[in-house]
Design a binder for this molecule. Structure first.
Ligand code: ATP
Ligand code: MG
Length: 264
């Protein structure tokens, strides 16, 4: 049975995609079979996994196929294998920008991803992770939240870090139709944490004060290695988990272990 996780916050540049890539790699290191799903038309996740436009169907065609009920490709054709064993993904490209009208045309426009992933991919993977676009009130995000068992919120350790969290939780509660959202949260992961600044420490303390154990104990350090690893031009492009002496990789592995219930 799969665990489906959405990584989302409507604030941009907080480390969502970096988190999806590295948590996914962390799960494979723990022996799990993982599918990452790029839901952002920027396609950063796809590119960081080494994908180049290959003319084969991507996530937008998968959604179109579900809504139109016209099957043009087998489900396996949407899946690409990354260089890392057991780390598969479904890529996104600019075509995804046109998907909103198509999603909106569906009679149950919030459950399109749920129908696809619960019916076709559930069971084939231990973890399915959605990289959500940075957006407010967005049909792709609400689809991802609807489809997921858990929400993982990356929070950048900087001023205004709180922006968006209450609204995100409010929306998620409405989607899950619950007053207690805790069972549906993987937690809040502090990203780009600089232990030398009081700002980072203050953000961490304030988050723990508000959300207690929902905040991962180990923040992800802010380090150049992370920036380099997500630079498309860099030969280092890819995840940092398992890379020698990578502190960012180690911190993400610790977070993956916590989510998987394997934290020491
Ligand atoms: N721990 C880190 N230390 C330093 N830089 C980081 C770290 N994590 C992410 N970054 C950098 O911050 C930038 C934004 O990260 P990322 O793209 O993962 O965020 P995002 O929330 O997905 O952004 P977007 O809103 O574009 O989708 C990237 O250049 C990335 O390399
Ligand atoms: Mg992103």
């Amino acid at each position: 049975m799969s665990n489906i996780i959405a990584v989302s916050l409507e604030k941009g540049g907080v480390g969502k995609t970096t988190t999806v890539l590295n948590i996914g790699a962390g799960f494979t290191k723990l022996g799990y079979h993982v599918l990452l799903v790029d839901l952002d038309q920027q396609g950063h996740l796809s590119r960081w996994l080494g994908w180049q436009e290959d003319g084969k169907p991507a996530i937008s065609e998968l959604i179109y196929q579900e809504v139109s009920k016209i099957k043009t490709a087998e489900y396996q054709q949407f899946v690409r294998h990354s260089e890392r064993e057991n780390l598969d993904y479904i890529p996104a490209n600019k075509m995804l920008g046109g998907i909103y009208a198509i999603l909106g045309a569906d009679g149950e426009s919030n459950t399109v991803l749920r129908r696809i992933f619960h019916q076709e991919f559930f069971g084939a993977y231990d973890y399915i992770i959605f990289d959500c676009p940075t957006a407010v009130d967005n049909l792709l995000v609400s689809n991802a939240l609807q489809c997921s068992d858990k929400l993982l919120i990356p929070v950048q350790a900087e001023k205004f870090a709180y922006d968006g969290i209450p609204l995100m939780l409010q929306r998620y509660m409405a989607i899950k139709q619950t007053n207690d959202i805790r069972p549906f949260l993987a937690g809040m992961l502090i990203t780009m944490y600089n232990s030398r600044t009081t700002m980072s420490k203050e953000v961490r303390e304030a988050l723990i004060e508000s959300y207690g154990e929902l905040v991962f104990p180990e923040p992800i350090p802010m380090l150049q290695e992370a920036r380099n690893s997500t630079n498309d031009e860099s030969p280092l492009c890819g995840s940092l988990v398992g890379r020698k002496n990578s502190r960012v990789g180690q911190a993400y592995l610790a977070a993956a272990m916590r989510i998987a219930g394997e934290a020491k």
